[in-house]
Design a protein around this ligand. Structure first.
Ligand code: SF4
Length: 241
């Protein structure tokens, strides 16, 4: 465990708020996570966790995650439900017309592209993976439209294999806290793999997504009522409530 420190040769974010001297060691990180868990109790469950709880199916999680990219949570929930009403398995989804998939997931962002990818993914799973979702990063990343975020989410909540899914919230909030100093999600993933004990890799995504949607908003976070205020460096926060 270590405190975050600027790296030589890496462009650093601009700092606008006070920097806290929080040392991100294991006790502090577990305290932070305990606060996030308490916060989460008052919030609705995110769509991807909802899908996991309802289906326990890596395929459903993979499909919902592809739909969720650049799409609001409610739209993902509704589009996923409509699509699963039409097809529950890779075989069934591979047989759907792209236009049928697109219509089901509309108005998800890039719905035509995602429809094509979902059909291709389903066909690849059937033809190359015995209709199963792969349990390794390389095979997941080889699927159309699947990047590190989706691959890690499927490994984590789909298969229970420790992986950190870094989306916009998981990238933004640790940077604001001063826990990491990174410009890209891939860098954040690398930093968090060093900082976080392995048992927190899977749950951290849902905790930070919920926190980002309800408290630490991208624009004007609610710092005045924040349960993490005493730990937070508010790095890059120009305006808050
Ligand atoms: S809401 Fe404000 S105090 Fe809380 S984590 Fe976000 S930036 Fe920090």
């Amino acid at each position: 465990m270590r405190s975050a420190a600027p790296k030589a040769g890496v462009e650093q974010p601009r700092y606008h708020g006070p920097l806290m001297n929080t040392t991100w060691n294991e006790p502090i990180i577990r305290d932070l996570v305990a606060r996030l868990e308490l916060f989460r109790q008052g919030c609705r469950v995110t769509t991807l966790v909802e899908v996991e709880r309802a289906t326990r199916s890596p395929f459903h999680i993979l499909v919902a995650c592809v739909i969720s990219l650049r799409t609001k949570d409610e739209v993902t929930a509704q589009g996923s439900a409509r699509l699963f009403d039409l097809a529950q398995t890779p075989e069934a989804m591979a047989k759907l017309a792209e236009s049928t998939i697109a219509k089901a997931i509309f108005p998800a962002g890039f719905y035509n592209t995602k429809a094509r990818q979902l059909r291709q993914i389903s066909a690849i799973l059937v033809e190359e993976h015995h209709s199963e979702v792969p349990k390794n990063e390389a095979d997941l990343l080889a699927l159309p439209g699947v990047g590190r975020k989706t691959a890690n989410l499927v490994l984590g909540i789909g298969h229970g294999i420790p992986a950190i899914c870094v989306d916009t919230h998981v990238h933004r909030i640790p940077n604001r806290l001063g826990m990491v100093q990174t410009l890209k999600p891939d860098q954040t993933e690398k930093e968090l793999r060093v900082l976080l004990p392995e048992d927190l890799w899977i749950p951290i995504n849902d905790l930070l997504v919920t926190f980002g949607q309800n408290q630490c908003h991208p624009v004007s976070p609610r710092c005045s009522t924040c349960p993490l205020d005493d730990l937070c460096g508010k790095v890059g926060v120009e305006r808050s409530r």
